[in-house]
Ligand binder design. Structure first.
Ligand code: PLP
Length: 399
């Protein structure tokens, strides 16, 4: 047998891991309601028409060539304007890089920051590629606690305790996946202060920035005076174009502390040639075009959020924090005597109630005894899922 690398074999991705047992059931003809993947394009959400038209037009008009590694200048200018409107940041197109979605931005940033044994502070629970990619690039994910009782806000004292001489950056995901938390301005300021104290950059994942139900997202990029912040965003969520694989990041670095990191990232960008060219034309249309579709989509999502939250609060054995952003809800399993752990719980719910959730421990240690539900589907589908799940819980708990 030809052996694969330990680096690649070590990759875990809980969100897709649970799909295999679901597929087994489906092969037997059983209908499974999948609430495991955060892909709006699988339901009644599509990128707005002006973006779809711009994508087709770019292909038809011959924009099918390699672009520059940094991203098309017109798109980087559109990103500057979008981010000035949203975050009031003082940046130029030189500070912006276009990527194959936020996932590639993470690869660039972790690849450029980490030597073997270095660590990045990542939230617990967090979107699994954070731990997975840090490990892939030879680093150690250093998980800081976010506190359920405090609306899943980061615990700044825990963050401080976890910083050591090998720490290279603090990653923040806000609004958060999997908890749906929206961080308070005060929390964002405290994270920046802490980063400043230890001379660390902040990596800010803002992919859900305009997807909030209560309150508004505050970017560390909008508050920083001296701490370097790398902000990441893209088309996947707010623009509903997950499959186009297009995103970007930019540096807010008033004291130019990231010059070497920028150089390293540009080297990585050059060896992967360039991001998708026609999709960049669609991105220009999206970032400069009307946003009325978002209002309509957020109204639908709010209805779904309110519905699932209400149903979950009526089910015995679990308790739930109301998400303020994104499209995930992260209930806690309070009645634990029937299952060994959260993964067994999720598999039991799959086999008996035919609903697919993701086990919370797949998102880091603070996710233990929780599970994540995606509430993107329309209410009738959520209703069927919750009816099945409620009956399952009542059966298990004899109530
Ligand atoms: N960051 C977070 C917090 C996410 O939840 C996701 C996808 O679910 C991503 C990044 C992936 O984004 P992209 O599609 O831009 O790679």
């Amino acid at each position: 047998m030809i052996r694969a690398s330990e680096r690649a074999m070590g990759i875990e991705y809980a969100i897709r891991d649970v799909v295999l047992p679901a597929r087994e059931l489906e092969k037997k003809g059983i209908k499974v309601i999948r609430l495991n993947i955060g892909d709006p394009g699988k339901y009644d959400f599509q990128p707005p028409k002006h973006m779809r038209d711009a994508y087709c037009k770019a292909i038809q008009e011959g924009h099918n060539y390699y672009g520059t590694s940094e991203g098309l200048p017109e798109l980087r200018e559109a990103i500057v304007q979008r981010e000035k409107r949203k975050n009031g940041v003082d940046i130029t197109p030189e500070d912006v890089r276009v990527t194959a979605a936020v996932t590639e931005a993470l690869q660039f940033i972790f690849g450029a920051l980490l030597n073997p044994g270095d660590n990045i502070l990542v939230p617990s629970p967090s979107y699994p590629p954070y731990t997975g990619l840090v490990k892939f690039y030879g680093g150690v994910p250093n998980e800081y606690l976010t506190v359920e009782e405090n609306g899943w806000q980061p615990d700044i004292d825990d963050m401080r305790k976890k910083i050591n001489e090998k720490t290279k950056a603090i990653a923040v995901i806000n609004p958060n996946n999997p908890t749906g938390a929206l961080y308070e301005k005060k929390t964002v300021r405290e994270i920046l202060d802490l980063a400043g104290e230890y001379g660390l950059p902040v990596i800010s994942d803002e992919i859900y920035d305009l997807m909030t139900y209560e309150g508004e997202h505050v970017s560390p990029g909008s508050l920083t005076k001296d701490v370097p912040v790398i902000v990441m965003n893209g088309l996947s969520k707010v623009y509903f174009a997950t499959g186009w694989r297009l995103g970007y990041f930019y540096y807010v670095d008033p004291e130019d502390k990231l010059s070497e990191v920028r150089e390293a990232i540009d080297k990585m960008a050059r060896i992967r040639i360039c991001p998708n060219t026609p999709a960049q034309f669609a991105a220009i249309a999206g970032l400069t075009g009307p946003m009325d579709y978002l209002k309509e989509y957020m109204a639908k999502l709010k209805e779904r959020r309110d519905y699932i939250y209400k149903r979950l609060t009526e089910i015995p054995g679990i308790s739930t924090t109301k998400p303020q952003g994104a499209f995930y809800i992260f209930p806690r399993i309070d009645e634990r005597s029937k299952w060994k752990n959260d993964k067994e719980f999720v598999l039991d719910a799959l086999n008996e109630a035919h609903v697919l959730f993701v086990h919370g421990s797949g998102f880091g240690y603070a996710g233990d005894w929780h599970f994540r539900i995606v509430f993107l589907p329309p209410v009738p589908i959520l209703e069927e899922a919750m009816n099945n799940f409620e009956a399952f819980m009542r059966r298990k708990l004899g109530s």
